[in-house]
Design a protein around this ligand. Structure first.
Ligand code: UDP
Ligand code: MN
Length: 220
């Protein structure tokens, strides 16, 4: 994981970050207490650079404190087509290869603040970190967006995500159906007491407008 090149004490525009980047402990790669699993953090991305500057040091610190071996993949959509979050996650899955055994689909603007949140290998089934009880905005019970952990084996059982969702929304809801279709059980955090304050959502909808143009019977 690359550290950002921002100098110490330097002020830049954009959202402030709440915890400073810390270098990882020395030789952590060889430290057996970190366990054997490796997480690929898959970040669907386009034109959210200020958020990325906060996200990368925050996540690197957050995961390092939890002793989770990780690699952050920033999946940058460079074309001018509508944003395709799910296709980017599929690309990340393929690009991350065999060096990692589980993934986190991770929005760049959603920062876990509570260190009790579990990001460990989701052995039993997909683990929805940004659960409807904790996400600041989305509270319906089949919601699986924002942050979702899956073993690569389970992601493959679901046949990945659909590549057919362009613009904002629904690709995560369709993935919920894939989880159910694959016969997998969905897990969520328990015992978290910080409610809707569990995450920081770095998202000003006036500045980062959602592409909500609809086509035909999209929901169906
Ligand atoms: N995203 C992006 N650029 C865009 C749209 C979306 O990078 O133009 C990524 C980013 O990781 C973002 C995620 O897709 O956090 C989900 O989009 P958004 O934040 O608009 O959805 P929300 O969950 O806030 O409705
Ligand atoms: Mn957002």
């Amino acid at each position: 994981v690359a550290q950002t090149s921002r100098g110490q004490g330097q002020e830049t525009s954009g959202p402030p970050r709440d915890c400073p980047p810390e270098p990882p402990p020395e030789h952590w790669e060889e430290d057996a207490s970190w366990g054997s699993h490796r997480l690929a953090v898959l970040v669907p991305f386009r034109e959210r650079f200020e958020e990325l500057l906060v996200f990368v040091p925050h996540m690197h610190r957050f995961l390092s404190r939890k002793k989770i071996r990780h690699h952050i993949y920033v999946l940058n959509q460079v074309d001018h087509l509508r944003f395709n979050r799910a296709a980017l996650i599929n690309v990340g899955f393929l690009e991350s290869g065999n060096s990692t055994d589980y993934i986190a689909m991770h929005d760049v603007d959603l920062l876990p603040l509570n260190e009790e949140l579990d990001y460990s290998f989701p052995e039993a089934g997909p683990f929805h970190v940004a659960s409807p009880e904790l996400h600041p905005l989305y509270h319906y019970k089949t919601y699986v967006g924002g942050i979702l952990l899956l073993s690569k084996q389970h992601y493959q059982l679901c046949n990945g995500m659909s590549n057919r969702f362009w613009g904002w929304g629904r690709e995560d809801d369709e993935f919920y159906r894939r989880i159910k279709g694959a016969g997998l059980q969905l897990f969520r955090p328990s015992g978290i007491t910080t409610g809707y304050q569990t995450f920081r959502h770095l998202h000003d909808p006036a500045w980062r407008k959602r592409d909500q143009k609809r086509i035909a019977a999209q929901k169906q």
